[in-house]
Ligand binder design. Structure first.
Ligand code: GLP
Length: 264
């Protein structure tokens, strides 16, 4: 894993956005895996700005989101489809028919999960997958105990996740406790994975992801198996890592190598 430790959330958003901007400049018809939650919002804002400045275009882009609440239609303000429209799709030149979020209102959720896998495969697979991380180490809605080879399926949310996400729902509003999520195996199939984490409340999850054992108890630890996973985190999220100086040293060496290669 490449571990990039930056000062604050603004730097994390900028670094993460630059990876996506480069990807779209190199491959205009990229297949992007996208994420919800508060962490990627600033990155999406940067992508909107880059689109409006003419540096990138979403015209030929296809997207697949990680997950959706089961029981919410895409028109529901708390649905992840609604979130994606508001935070990104409505502000860039994307063809909405090329954007995919698991259907939270599917009559047959099991068939919908199989269909989602098929759509990803028909699109040629995901070039680059964006991830946030839950406090318990979940990625997408793959909660602890999720199979490390799992595919898109219905998952039950933990109480911790329901409590963490309660802030988005009104007190008397129905909050789903089930989801449809890409599996860990689906995520690992992406050619590149970029995980963003900011803030001290993610420090335990980042510690388990980077320095803990590969285990279903911390779903994000599965990224240890990925060939091209980048963790872009701020100092607060990195605060429990024992080897921070070493990771920063590697990143410095990495930058020097990239600069040398750029001259060739
Ligand atoms: C939800 C999403 C995850 C996301 C997590 C963290 O549970 N399903 O994909 O990573 O929230 O969200 P936040 O970035 O708000 O901390």
């Amino acid at each position: 894993m490449q571990i990039v430790i930056l000062k604050n959330s603004a730097e994390v958003a900028e670094y993460g956005a630059n990876i996506f901007i480069k990807q779209l400049q190199e491959k205009a018809n990229s297949v992007l895996g996208l994420a919800t939650g508060s962490t990627p919002v600033a990155l999406y804002q940067k992508l909107i700005e880059a689109t409006q400045a003419g540096a990138i275009s979403f015209k030929d882009v296809t997207t697949f989101n990680l997950d959706e609440y089961l029981g919410l239609a895409g028109t529901h303000p708390q649905s992840y489809r609604y979130f994606m429209n508001e935070q990104l799709f409505d502000h860039v030149d994307i063809d909405k028919s090329h954007t995919h979020v698991p259907p939270g209102d599917a009559a047959d959720p099991v068939a919908a999960c199989e269909g989602y896998e098929q759509q990803i495969s028909d699109a040629g697979g995901i070039d680059i997958q964006l991830l946030g991380i839950g406090r318990n180490g979940h990625i997408g809605f793959n909660e602890p105990s999720s199979g490390l080879m799992s595919r898109t399926r219905v998952k039950t949310l933990t109480k911790a996740t329901i409590d963490d996400n309660a802030r988005f729902f009104a007190a008397d509003e129905y909050q789903p406790h089930l989801s449809i999520t890409m599996g860990i195996g689906t995520i690992l199939d992406a050619k590149k994975v970029v995980l963003l984490a900011t803030g001290e409340n993610k420090a335990d999850a980042i510690l388990a992801t980077v320095e803990g054992a590969l285990t279903a108890s911390c779903p994000a630890s599965a990224l240890q198996l990925h060939r091209d996973a980048v963790l872009v985190i701020d100092e607060a999220a990195a605060s429990k890592l024992s080897d921070c100086e070493f990771y920063k040293h590697i990143e410095n060496e990495n930058q020097k190598l990239q600069a040398q290669l750029a001259k060739l």
